[in-house]
Design a protein around this ligand. Structure first.
Ligand code: PXG
Length: 456
């Protein structure tokens, strides 16, 4: 399908009026963005009829793929019946109630309450206020510092940017007081001789050192993605999360997992913290909650926290016009039911996830451009490297990976690059044929890149 308008016409109008995300707008205006017009399962079509295999689930969110009629029907029905009402004025509606019932039936039993938002960034904004409010109610208002990680990503609004560890974002007006950072557990970048287990412990111990430096009586919570997404799809060593959890418990610091990317089946578990085996106090969610069909996010609270806030907290002066929006909630319900009832998450764990991981290891295990392969379920990264044995990264890894990504588009596959890592996170419903296409086209892109840079 193409539209009746020429792509250049769209591009000119877009350039005239629209500031895009994370891009040099002037350069993009010169180049002209791709105009996507249709999606079906894992495939996208642009306005010129070119077809792409989407290896990124949009932005890590279309867990059920494109073109789901049940999600469409859920939204249409709700738009007819009650397109909007709010959570203020002492009211509620069946969709948000039923969404909560369903959500908490899928979550481990120690979580009990949600605060709904429209996005992941908002979930993390709400997190900061909720965590600080929790300590206030417990009579410890001075516990308000949040510790995040360098190169972590928690969103693009002001406080979410500050929680994240992207220095270039901080430099563009993106910092607030009472936020601190520790290093990320990125083993491939470790230049010393530690084993992964030793490195994981050392990275975790930075949290303890930071808590002691700031004073445990000042630290409200530690936030991290179970595996880093936007920062490069980086898995921590196995020793990391148990030690982080021990430290948080010891110093009475809330452990806050950002599940915006890891949630809703990506790893083969419903939530990524379950895969890594730790128990956070809060979960930030978005993206896969609705498979990206409509904006919705939320903050999940442990029963322990919710009891304090609900039983002792009185009024929490917080609320969004669109919290628990009925159309978003209806889509989320349809999405969660499909993920559950069609066995999508189970299949990621037992079948299609292992298939993707096995294909990547077979195809790229000895590739001259690839130094490491990480991932589980339906998320993976290829670490480009000059020398695998010594973990030597290319000095210009950013350029090489960006080039690989651009070639990927030419080959008809969408993968993402961060630093020297090629990332993929395809829809969870992928068939083996679709995985073969993803891996095959990615191999073409990586081979062509290797040739251009004299490695093949
Ligand atoms: N937390 C995490 C872990 C995220 O990945 C957010 C919060 C913010 O969510 P919203 O809905 O406000 O965007 C995200 C978003 C990328 C990329 O290129 C990743 C995200 C967003 C845009 C691009 O990897 N993650």
């Amino acid at each position: 399908m193409t539209t009746s308008r020429e792509t250049r016409d769209y591009q000119a109008a877009d350039a005239a009026h629209h500031i895009h995300a994370f891009v040099d707008q002037k350069a993009l205006n010169d180049e002209g963005p791709r105009v996507m017009v249709r999606g079906e399962r894992l495939h996208l079509w642009d306005n010129d009829g070119r077809r792409y295999l989407d290896g990124m689930s949009g932005l890590w969110c279309t867990n059920l793929g494109y073109g789901r009629k049940d999600l469409n029907a859920a939204a249409s029905r709700q738009l007819e019946q009650l397109p909007y009402y709010n959570m203020f004025f002492h009211t509620t509606h069946p969709q948000v109630i039923e969404l909560s019932e369903l959500l908490f039936s899928l979550l481990p039993g120690h979580y009990s309450h949600a605060i709904y938002t429209n996005s992941g960034s908002e979930a993390n904004e709400v997190l900061i206020r909720t965590v600080r409010r929790y300590w206030q109610v417990l009579g410890k208002p001075e516990k308000k510092v949040m510790i995040g990680r360098w190169n972590g990503y928690h969103g693009s609004t002001l406080a979410a940017t500050a929680l994240g560890g992207m220095k270039f974002m901080h430099e563009m007006g993106g910092m607030i007081p009472d936020i601190a950072h520790i290093d990320e557990p990125y083993f491939f970048a470790h230049e010393g001789n530690l084993t992964p287990a030793e490195f994981g412990l050392r990275a975790a111990h930075q949290l303890e050192a930071k808590i002691l430096e700031l004073g445990a009586d000042k630290v409200a919570g530690f936030i991290a993605e179970p595996f880093q997404g936007a920062g490069g799809m980086i898995f921590p060593p196995e020793s990391y999360w148990p030690e982080i959890q021990r430290i948080c418990r010891q110093y009475d610091v809330l452990l806050c997992a950002d599940e915006v990317i890891g949630g809703f089946g990506r790893t083969g578990e419903w939530f990524a913290h379950e895969y890594f085996g730790f128990e956070p106090d809060t979960l930030s969610i978005a993206k896969g909650l609705t498979s990206g069909y409509i904006p919705m996010g939320g903050l999940i609270l442990s029963k322990k926290m919710a009891d304090v806030l609900v039983e002792q907290g009185g009024v929490f002066a917080h609320g969004l016009t669109y919290s628990g929006h009925p159309v978003a909630a209806a889509v989320a319900i349809a999405n969660l039911k499909a993920l559950r009832d069609e066995g999508v998450v189970t299949r990621v764990k037992d079948d299609i996830g292992p298939y993707l991981q096995q294909c990547l290891r077979e195809v790229f295990g000895n590739h001259p451009l690839v130094g490491d392969i990480q991932g589980t379920g339906m998320v993976a990264a290829l670490q480009l490297a000059e020398d695998k044995a010594t973990r030597k990264r290319f000095a210009n890894e950013n350029d090489i990976a960006w080039r690989c990504r651009t070639i990927g588009f030419e080959e008809g596959v969408i993968i993402r690059s961060t630093l020297g890592r090629m990332i993929m996170a395809p829809a969870l419903i992928a068939s083996r044929e679709e995985i073969d296409e993803l891996v095959g086209k990615t191999l073409k892109a990586v081979d062509r890149t290797a040739q251009e840079y004299g490695r093949l």
